[in-house]
Design a binder for this molecule. Structure first.
Ligand SMILES: [Zn+2]
Length: 318
């Protein structure tokens, strides 16, 4: 097992954490609830039901075409009051925006690293123009999903870097945080973030080292954790999820992808690495696993990570 002692770091980073903690301090319950259920307790006290924010859901994915309304209803019934829907290419900008408006969710616009091969250079101008046109849309909360993927073989790294750097500049120009795709690419992402300072955001499905995690936190980022952390063999992710400062964590499903372990229903599915479709209603159970890793009460963990999401994507708070 690796030693993560160094992640709590320098006085400068502790100050930063203290500042982040103040920023992320839970708001009064009414504010956190956003209209979701508060149920009367037995002695007349009001017990606040846990509320969750899924900071990364591809609700527009074709996997949800047959039953999207039911997926949304299940998420709400489970206490997932907010979903952030990142775009992946210009062609789905309207879809994520329309879904966010239809359901009271939030969205991000950007070109995903796995889609840059079919994007045109002019799409960067389209993104810039859309962000300008939608400047006053409170549901537009970030530029994303952008980043680098050094896991999938055969991708054009130079083109990915060019689109990533250009989109960081666009995010900076519009004063928006970014939602980052990180796969074997944390150092490459950080290299550009040192050069092009943006308003923080979320490193989604984080799977890097403790040192890389610390570097993102120091640049004002929160790290997204989800279904991968439910696997006992995911030692590094679980270690990070347990030891990072609480104010650094946000929750996500990445639905329909990254299913938690319980969605691999049969031995045959497990052997083939095939799971049932992931969906936002799974977030509370994923959150309960993470809360357990940290020894925290589930409701308190839900509230803290929801506050972190609002700190990472300030327009969510509006
Ligand atoms: Zn994604």
């Amino acid at each position: 097992m690796r030693c993560y002692g160094s992640t709590t770091g320098s006085p400068a980073s502790r100050t930063r954490h203290a500042r982040a903690a103040r920023r992320a301090a839970p708001k009064p319950a009414r504010d956190l609830l956003g209209g979701s259920p508060a149920v009367p307790g037995r002695r007349g006290a009001v017990i606040i039901a846990a509320v969750w924010i899924d900071t990364h859901s591809h609700l527009d994915a074709p996997e949800f075409d047959a039953d999207r309304e039911a997926v949304v209803a299940r998420a709400r019934a489970a206490g997932v009051v907010m979903q952030v829907l990142p775009a992946v290419e210009v062609a789905n900008f309207a879809a994520v925006r329309d879904l966010a408006h239809a359901h009271g969710y939030a969205y991000a616009l950007g070109i995903h690293p796995l889609y840059v091969h079919r994007a045109a250079d002019a799409d960067l101008e389209r993104l810039d123009a859309e962000l300008a046109r939608l400047r006053d849309d409170p549901r537009l909360v970030a530029v994303g999903e952008i980043g680098l993927d050094h896991f999938v073989p055969g991708l054009d790294r130079e083109r990915q870097e060019r689109f990533y750097a250009a989109q960081l500049k666009i995010a900076r120009r519009h004063g928006l945080p970014v939602i980052l795709h990180v796969r074997r690419s944390a150092d490459g992402l950080l290299k550009h973030l040192r050069r092009i300072e943006v308003a923080g955001g979320i490193a989604h499905a984080f799977n890097g080292s403790a040192q890389q995690a610390q570097a993102f936190v120091e640049r004002g980022f929160r790290l997204g954790f989800g279904g991968a952390a439910t696997f006992e063999r995911a030692l590094q992710i679980r270690e990070l999820a347990s030891t990072l400062p609480l104010e650094a964590l946000v929750l996500e499903t990445d639905a329909p992808d990254i299913p938690p372990h319980w969605l691999y229903r049969t031995a045959a599915q497990r052997a083939a690495g095939e799971a049932s479709r992931n969906e936002p209603a799974e977030l509370p159970r994923i959150g309960a696993v993470l809360a357990g890793l940290r020894g925290l009460a589930v409701d308190a963990f839900a509230a803290a990570t929801a506050a972190n999401a609002r700190a990472a994507l300030p327009r969510l708070a509006a």
